[in-house]
Write a protein that binds this ligand. Structure first.
Ligand SMILES: Cc1ncc(COP(=O)(O)O)c(C=O)c1O
Length: 418
């Protein structure tokens, strides 16, 4: 298959010009300006449906943190998604975007009392509790509200997901969840709390998992715990195995599919009566989106060639913090001389790069580049660093181009701080 289509089947060159879902990216860049995030609605639908087909009886709770644009959350909600949230802000957004409260699960190690109260008042499906103290506070709040608060305990199965250490969450030393070896006791104690209803087990081992074998080990441990709890009379209704499926960033990456994950887990889950919950983020949104950026200047410094673009680490921070690779292609592809370049942003940090020593066609000032695989943890992790307004976002869906987030202006930022 043509490389571009391995990233996103709706991406293609026509007469040397890059199109997404039949829409010219050059025209979008001209109309909406750059940096510009562009998402493909068809890709989002396909990915969500692939999860539904692979796990027909499961609830797919989209991990809102990957991309919290309300239009995207609404689109996924309409397809039947629930939401995996990690803050009061995400709760507010998920409800606003029409996700029913009984499809919302709430993880996070540092939920504030205000956030806990908001979620209790909204009557969400369950809290994925990360500590003994959180459980105790929920019990107290449940008493105050005259409710039993539904919870799962996030267990930490101590499995190496073989991903970047910053996004490995299921190892013993990480701050997340409770040690699976202590989980049985935690569950017994939780089930005795008057205003707590134990309904589930939660685990999430990490993100950008390309080799899916660690899921097997993690889910085996979780099912082992499930069996023990059921035998003790603790009624586990939900088994939430988190998100984490990896996506293609490098040309040589091979993405695992939801179907492969389902096949791997089928024998392990065959005796489990609980409803399965998955929390994918990146694998739905990552390759749905690209970041369009315009070349500002070209410069040579000694042997180094720099392509300086208008998207910086404030727009896409992944290369700076994870040394992440993003494939970058020209919007206008021509048979030109190839150069090796550092593609860098305008921010005053040496770490502000999109790619280092990357072979690309020689670019000219004013031309556009498309940074692939930018739909997840792209805009969501963007900031105002160097007082840069955040980018606009566009969704192409069913033949329509929709501006789903306006570009910020200076006043917006200044008003925010006054
Ligand atoms: C608890 C939880 N669930 C789901 C996700 C989503 O992971 P991914 O985007 O890799 O699918 C994360 C990501 O950090 C998470 O912390």
């Amino acid at each position: 298959m043509e490389l571009l289509k391995e990233y996103n089947p709706y991406l293609e060159y026509k007469n040397g010009e890059l199109f997404l879902e039949g829409v010219s990216l050059k025209e979008l860049a001209k109309e909406f300006g750059t940096p510009l995030y562009v998402y493909s609605g068809s890709f989002i639908r396909d990915r969500f449906n692939a999860y539904k087909e692979a796990f027909p009886d499961a609830l797919i709770c989209y991990a809102v943190k990957a991309n919290f644009n309300p239009h995207i959350v609404r689109l996924l909600g309409e397809l039947g998604a629930g939401a995996d949230i990690v803050s009061g802000g995400e709760l507010y957004l998920a409800l606003k975007a029409g996700i029913p409260a009984d499809r919302i699960v709430y993880a996070g190690v540092g939920k504030t009392e205000r956030e806990l109260r908001d979620a209790i008042e909204a009557d969400i499906m369950m809290f994925n509790v990360e500590s003994r103290q959180e459980l105790e506070v929920l019990n107290e709040l449940g008493k105050e509200y005259g409710k039993k608060v539904r919870i799962a305990i996030r267990v930490n199965p101590d499995v190496d997901p073989k991903t970047h250490p910053y996004i490995a969450t299921g190892m013993r030393k990480s701050k997340f969840g409770v040690d699976i070896r202590e989980a049985e006791k935690e569950y017994e104690d939780a089930s005795r709390l008057e205003n707590i209803e134990v309904v589930g087990i939660h685990c999430h081992i990490g993100s950008q998992i390309l080799d899916i074998s660690p899921y097997k080990e993690a889910v085996e441990k979780v099912v082992n715990l499930y069996d023990k709890l059921i035998n003790k009379g603790i009624d586990i209704k939900y088994l939430d195995i988190g998100g984490g499926l990896g996506i293609k960033y490098k040309p040589e990456d091979r993405e695992p599919t939801p179907k492969e994950l389902a096949e791997l887990l089928k024998p392990i889950l065959s005796g489990v009566k609980a409803k399965l919950i998955l929390e994918p983020g990146r694998s739905i949104m990552g390759n749905a989106g690209i970041l369009l950026t315009q070349v500002q200047f070209l410069k040579d410094k000694g042997a180094k060639h720099f392509i300086i673009v208008d998207a910086g680490m404030n727009d896409l921070i992944r290369p700076a913090i994870y040394e992440a690779y993003h494939h970058i292609v020209p919007v206008k592809e021509e048979n030109r001389e190839k150069v090796k370049a550092d593609i860098v942003g305008p921010i005053c940090e040496t770490g502000d790069f999109l790619a280092l020593d990357r072979e690309v066609q020689r670019m000219e000032r004013g031309e556009y580049l498309a940074v692939l695989s930018s739909g997840a943890y792209g805009f969501a992790m963007s900031s105002h660093y160097n007082m840069r307004p955040r980018a606009a976002e566009v969704l192409i869906d069913k033949g329509e181009v929709k501006l789903i987030r306006k570009r910020e202006d200076y006043d917006y930022i200044v008003v925010l701080s006054s």
